[in-house]
Design a protein around this ligand. Structure first.
Ligand SMILES: [Zn+2]
Length: 284
């Protein structure tokens, strides 16, 4: 019975695009997704209070000042995102708080006061963008045990990179089981494949993503997608950075072509969903 329902289940395709912050312009996002809004739904990883970070698209001088750049001060971007959320074309995920990079590591691996930052950052984005924000995207895909506890306490789910190490999550039977599943999968399938269903850690769920960067071949992403489809994976999450795509026009063109080809060739087997919708479904 399980096998039958799994076979009929559509693959949920999540587009994750990180580093939307005060310095982002709506034109940046339109340059990547303009003309695709009837094809995909995009989950933006949004930084509520950018400060001393290393996010794509932020001027380098901001690394040397303690000035905080709140998303809400960019009226045009806020208005654009609110419209897109209202039209259900865009989902909002919390991508850190400051996106600060410490000497000892990224914000949610090395920073402090993380529980408050998750709660406040989430509430701020929900009110500012009139959106439900229930998914957390760790800056640099990096999350300590304390960071994971802060996110779980807020009852948020997580999009991450390849997976996590045992010591990067609060100790529990569920986290040990989740780690064992990811580790045995990696040993069997290699580092270029992602676990095909979100991992349930009891307090929350985590979904590994494929990253498209200038160092990754779009052909490898297409092969991973075909593999996921063939394996009847529950989902496929593709993570990228709009700003990096804009700096690499060939990559941007390949990215757009790929999304359109998924829509055109697999419309009967694939649904584009936001990250929030992915986790809302209990069947994945
Ligand atoms: Zn980031």
């Amino acid at each position: 019975m399980t096998r039958v329902s799994r076979r009929m289940q559509r693959l949920r395709f999540v587009v994750r695009d990180d580093d939307v912050h005060y310095f982002t312009r709506a034109e940046h996002l339109e340059a990547v997704y303009g003309g695709l809004w009837d094809v995909v739904r995009v989950s933006f990883g949004v930084i509520p209070f950018y400060c001393r970070g290393d996010a794509h698209g932020a001027p380098s001088w901001t690394r040397n000042t303690d000035e905080v750049f709140a998303l809400g001060a960019n009226d045009d971007l806020v208005s654009y995102l609110r419209d897109k959320v209202r039209m259900t074309e865009v989902g909002i995920a919390l991508h850190g708080y400051h996106h600060r990079l410490y000497r000892s590591g990224p914000e949610f691996a090395a920073g402090e006061d993380l529980a408050r930052k998750v709660q406040h950052g989430r509430r701020y984005l929900e009110q500012l963008l009139d959106a439900d924000v229930s998914v957390f995207v760790p800056p640099h895909n990096s999350l300590s045990s304390a960071g994971a506890r802060a996110v779980a306490r807020a009852r948020m789910n997580i999009l991450l990179g390849r997976g996590f190490w045992l010591w990067e999550r609060p100790v529990s039977l569920r986290s040990a089981w989740g780690f064992a599943r990811l580790a045995s999968f990696a040993a069997l399938r290699g580092v270029h494949r992602r676990y095909p269903v979100p991992v349930d850690l009891g307090t929350h769920r985590e979904a590994p993503c494929y990253s498209l960067t200038p160092r990754v071949s779009p052909a490898d992403i297409a092969a991973a997608f075909q593999w996921a489809l063939g394996r009847k994976a529950a989902y496929f999450c593709l993570a990228t950075h709009y700003f990096e795509l804009l700096q690499h026009p060939t990559l941007l063109a390949a990215y757009r072509d790929f999304l359109i080809s998924v829509r055109d060739e697999f419309a009967d087997r694939v649904s584009f969903v936001t990250a929030e919708e992915l986790f809302r479904s209990r069947s994945v």
